[in-house]
Design a protein around this ligand. Structure first.
Ligand code: EPZ
Length: 421
């Protein structure tokens, strides 16, 4: 397994470009299943998870072609099977996003249950509840979800909890259902809105995306379209925090400040000097140490859970004491134990972390446990004295394009150690 060696060496300084959003590209690639005409997706990030999604669709018979570095053309005319196998689903839970489109387009789907993951149980009961409400017959057998329905019917669906991929799955299914579907207590994440934009480009009739109530009028079929994936707000926030933890200055271009208001408010509270434009954000710490900030994760537009681990890394080296409350997932503090190995002062009480900032951290060998935890460990290593070895960084390759290239462009001393055996 590849490792990173990172040497903490003072303030980062420079400019990098954000990639397309992983969590928009994944549902949008699956949306190709809804039509027998080609879908061209641009600004697709080059990530492990995008490769997995492409393999998942290709083994269903979808023609998946990477025509340029960040462009994928998908043609789902020749779907040959409606099965999403365990060996692919277990490596990427977002594979569940083929369920809604397959039932809508082909009347059936056989998707391996994603199973748990490091950060929590992450059930998919709300995805299934919604499809049943639309007339699908769902059975669970042999670790698979079997869904059948000749023609989905519009339904009024109320989500018990806000679910991002649940909203996306049912929104996609509803585009080809008979009649109107209303999704209440829907997720408002920008990636949901981007998926809706793509579906509209394909001819879907959707309104209310970005609010808690989404209305979809089913249509007979969807047609060819081209869609550019929106910038990755979590990648953007992660690199802005690299400035905050190293007291440096980082500008992220090809992004959109309106996607991460909650994060920018917290960065300002931490003492960052912010500059923003239509497609860039700059954080300048002016060589000053960050001030600790309290975090309470919530569904969008609240503070994103996917930035929680990164903010914890900042609080570990900030001035003061702060609390972090994780309300979305039940086990999303695994980075804390690894941060403590670097000398961080963190106390965990249930879903609350109390972090007392230290002037500096000390390098030590640590291990990534999940995607955003790995980002947190990289940030902390940038602010630690000495060389930190981070193992299992395949987690980070899932969600961050060209990490070494982007961090090196900011002046970080980072190298990847490939482990062949
Ligand atoms: C999406 O996961 C993201 N992944 C996650 O990003 C992100 O952390 C999460 O939304 C929350 O913002 C993608 O978009 C591919 P949820 P998702 O359904 O949709 C419970 C990353 O780092 N729930 O919104 O799986 C669930 O247990 C990843 O890029 C049910 O109970 O998350 C959780 O507590 C990690 N039943 C809460 O809802 C369901 O049927 C929110 O989960 C579905 C969800």
């Amino acid at each position: 397994m590849d490792k990173f060696i990172i040497e903490g060496n003072g303030p980062l300084n420079g400019e990098i470009a954000a990639s397309g959003a992983k969590n928009a590209a994944l549902p949008i690639l699956c949306a190709a299943l809804l039509s027998d005409e080609p879908l061209t997706v641009t600004n697709v990030p080059r990530l492990w998870d995008i490769g997995t999604a492409s393999r998942l669709l290709a083994q269903m018979g979808v023609a998946v072609e990477q025509t340029e570095a960040h462009t994928i053309v998908l043609d789902a005319k020749p779907i040959t099977t409606c099965v999403a196998p365990y060996e692919l689903v277990r490596t990427m839970r977002a594979s569940i996003l083929v369920l809604g489109p397959l039932v809508a387009r082909r009347g059936e789907a056989h998707v391996s249950l994603p199973g748990g993951c490091a950060i929590g149980a992450r059930p998919v009961d709300l995805h299934l509840m919604g499809l049943e409400a639309m007339g699908a017959e769902i059975t669970l057998d042999g670790g698979f979800i079997h869904a059948q329905c000749k023609k989905l019917k519009g339904a009024h669906i109320v989500f018990d909890t806000v679910t991002v991929t649940g909203t996306e799955n049912l929104m996609m299914a509803a585009t080809l259902a008979e009649g109107e579907t209303i999704l209440e207590n829907a997720a408002r994440e920008p990636e949901v809105v981007d998926t809706a934009r793509c579906l509209r480009a394909m001819g879907a009739r959707i309104s209310g995306d970005g609010t808690t109530t989404i209305r979809i009028q089913g249509v007979e079929k969807l047609h060819a379209a081209t869609h550019r994936v929106l910038p990755d707000r979590i990648e953007t926030g992660t690199y802005l925090l690299a400035a905050a933890v190293t007291r440096g200055r980082v500008r992220v271009t090809h992004t959109d400040p309106s996607l991460l208001d909650a994060v920018l408010v917290k960065l300002q509270q931490a003492g960052a000097k912010l500059k923003t434009g239509t497609d860039f954000i700059e954080v300048d710490m002016q060589n000053r140490r960050a001030t600790s900030v309290n975090i309470h994760t919530m569904p969008h537009p609240g503070f994103p859970t996917d930035m929680q681990a990164q903010m914890m890394a900042m609080n570990c080296v900030a001035e003061g004491v702060a609390t972090i409350r994780e309300t979305i997932f039940e086990n999303r503090f695994m980075h804390a134990q690894e941060l403590m190995r670097l000398g961080a002062d963190i106390r965990i009480e249930g879903n609350l972390a109390i972090v007392t900032g230290r002037e500096r951290l000390q390098a030590a060998p640590i291990m990534a446990t999940d995607l955003r935890a790995s980002a947190s460990l990289v940030l902390a290593a940038l602010a630690a004295d000495g060389e930190t070895l981070i193992d299992r960084i395949y987690h980070m390759d899932r969600g961050y394009e060209d990490i070494e290239g982007k961090l090196s462009a900011l002046g970080a001393r980072i190298k990847r150690v490939r482990q062949l055996l």
